[in-house]
Design a binder for this molecule. Structure first.
Ligand SMILES: [Zn+2]
Ligand SMILES: [Zn+2]
Length: 283
């Protein structure tokens, strides 16, 4: 090499993040050199990790068609409901009827003084294991999908409102003189019917064939009418509530989704409470 400044080769480019590494590859976004460790294959050409990270941060978080954040992972709400029902069922087996089941079951004569029964009745089941097993199986079929589609909050609201809606119809249709009035109702069936109703609407909204759901729903509704000891009123009430809430959640316009969901949930809750209060006031 010669002395002087003329003809001195420029220093070789080094990685922007590792200045001790010579790098002839440049990020196509910011133009800085990037070493093999810092270069990422982008949809078009290569970019540095900083640019990829920045692009990821500024991109809107992916959402489902129904506006729920795409999060993957376990269906926490579904699993929690199943766990609660399972624990409750074990307590039913271990404890006396008066200690556990009779305090939570839905019993029309006590609906106005102990209104929590509208909700807790969905968390106790018949002694025979098939009742809780069938309900939890049905919940497991549609619950995780609905929870992912609508997100946790709307899914939970849908489930709980359907449970309350089922017991609401029991009260609305029972007369004081009827046996229905003095029959305790237990089980998650009403809530599960609500989920199936909403699942049908979600499928329709996605343009999928939902005939299978209709068949299952139809068979179960008819079973409720003909089989003894099954509250068809609870099934129907849960289904209607699930269809109403499901319509609000599935068909809300994209730009007003949150407003419709919040307002719809409040209105449906108020409607159920209003119906129940009016019904008890009329006796
Ligand atoms: Zn870059
Ligand atoms: Zn580097």
């Amino acid at each position: 090499m010669t002395d002087g400044t003329v003809g001195l080769p420029a220093a070789p480019p080094v990685c922007a993040r590792h200045t001790d590494r010579v790098s002839y590859v440049r990020c196509q976004r910011c133009g800085r050199p990037a070493c093999p460790e810092c270069v990422v294959e982008a949809p078009v050409g290569v970019q540095c990790v900083d640019c990829v990270r920045e692009a990821r941060r500024s991109a809107p978080a992916p959402r489902t068609v129904f506006g729920a954040p795409l999060r993957g992972g376990r269906p926490l709400v579904t699993l929690s409901i199943i766990a609660l029902c399972a624990v409750s069922y074990l307590l039913q087996l271990v404890l006396e009827w008066e200690t556990w089941t009779s305090r939570l079951a839905f019993y029309p004569p006590l609906g106005d003084v102990e209104p929590w029964r509208f909700l807790t009745g969905a968390f106790v089941h018949s002694d025979a294991p098939w009742h809780v097993l069938l309900n939890m199986y049905a919940l497991w079929i549609v619950g995780p999908q609905l929870e992912a589609a609508f997100g946790r909050a709307r899914f939970l609201a849908l489930y709980l409102l359907s449970a309350v809606g089922g017991h609401t119809l029991v009260v609305l249709l029972a007369s004081l003189a009827s046996l229905d009035w003095y029959t305790a109702t237990v089980g998650a069936s009403g809530a599960v019917f609500g989920l199936f109703g909403a699942f049908f609407l979600a499928m329709r909204r996605l343009g999928r064939d939902a005939t299978g759901i209709l068949v299952i729903l139809g068979i179960n509704l008819v079973l409720g009418f003909v089989a003894p000891n099954i509250s068809w009123q609870g099934h129907l009430g849960g289904l209607v509530t699930g269809v109403v809430v499901g319509t609000l959640y599935a068909y809300a316009p994209r730009t007003r989704r949150t407003a419709v969901a919040v307002a719809g949930t409040v209105v449906v809750t108020a409607a159920l409470v209003g119906l129940v209060v009016a019904r008890y006031a009329l006796f």
